[in-house]
Design a protein. Structure first.
Length: 308
């Protein structure tokens, strides 16, 4: 088991968004109510939450590659399992250790965090693993990705910074941020499928571009890149949220503009999505994900009104 192969299995670049998301939504939780407070103990909790999210994502990446090895022989033969750089047994050990470590860190952060992470871990397995393998159906695949990576991530970040806060006591702002993030990922998740159609078809995975065709699938994805952020701005303008108005309204509009640009690139040339090279819209969508996390943090770190 070489270190390089394990690192390749973990896919380090994909660990950034969940880790930063935990930090961003943790900061939002600290500032919610109008009085931002930060100390060493809280910094430790947020750091542990970020590490937990990254380790859980390693488990997710590993289990996906174990059960997708035949698909990856077609779509991504350079990955460590289809290339033979790493054995299935070694990947299974990485998966088991990563899941166990993530659950242990979640337990250390409290019962609310554990209550969020347990179903999250299950969904990351269910996406690829038998008997569920939800990735075989275009909608179930997207929902299984959006629930843990979009909807539950903001709630986990909130729980990490607010020990003792029960899931049912999460403030309305946390649920709205979770809904916006979840809707974005629900649509954006399909963009990774366009370049993988050959292998997905061979593996029996009927993804959105296979089900509806490339142009139609691009048109379905496009609104999900824009409307969650317009809704976020509108809800703050209507005083349905308590975060800093400039950050949420202005930031929501900026994110919607980024999403609109990505959507236009997708719809303008959907056939380019099937290329193995990186489509410009993918870079924009990753930037958009990080931008929305920054907006969430700033909205509650900056001065704003109190409320639940």
């Amino acid at each position: 088991m070489s270190v390089g192969a394990v690192v390749a299995l973990a896919r380090p670049f994909t660990l950034l968004a969940p880790a930063l998301g935990m930090v961003a939504f943790g900061l939002a939780a600290l500032g919610h109510g109008g009085a931002f407070r930060f100390d060493g103990a809280t910094a430790g909790r947020i750091a542990l939450g970020a590490a937990m999210a990254a380790v859980l994502n390693i488990a997710s990446n590993a289990v996906n590659q174990i059960y997708d090895i035949e698909v990856d022989r077609i779509n991504k033969p350079e990955r460590p399992l289809p290339s033979g750089a790493l054995s299935i047994r070694a990947a299974a050990w990485v998966t088991a250790i990563s899941y166990a470590a993530a659950l242990a860190m979640a337990a250390a952060l409290g019962p609310t965090m554990l209550a969020i992470v347990v179903p999250t871990a299950f969904l990351t397995y269910a996406y690829s693993g038998p008997p569920f393998r939800t990735k075989r159906h275009w909608f179930l695949a997207n929902a299984t990705i959006a629930a843990p990576r979009g909807f539950l991530l903001p709630l986990a970040g909130w729980a990490g910074a607010a020990p003792g806060l029960a899931l049912g006591d999460m403030p309305r702002d946390a649920w709205i941020l979770a809904a916006a993030s979840g809707l974005f990922i629900l649509g954006a998740a399909s963009t990774k499928d366009f370049a993988d159609m050959e292998g997905d078809r061979a593996g029996g995975c009927i993804t959105m571009p296979l089900r509806f065709g490339v142009p139609a699938a691009a048109r379905v994805v496009a609104p999900f890149l824009v409307f969650p952020w317009l809704a976020l701005a509108a809800l703050r303008a209507a005083d349905a949220m308590t975060g800093n108005a400039g950050a949420l309204v202005g930031g929501g509009l900026v994110c919607a503009a980024l999403g609109a640009r990505a959507a236009w690139l997708l719809v303008r040339d959907p056939a380019a999505l099937t290329s193995k090279s990186t489509h410009p819209a993918w870079k924009l969508m990753y930037l958009l994900m990080l931008a929305t996390q920054a907006v969430a943090a700033l909205a509650y770190v900056l001065p704003h009104g109190a409320g639940a």
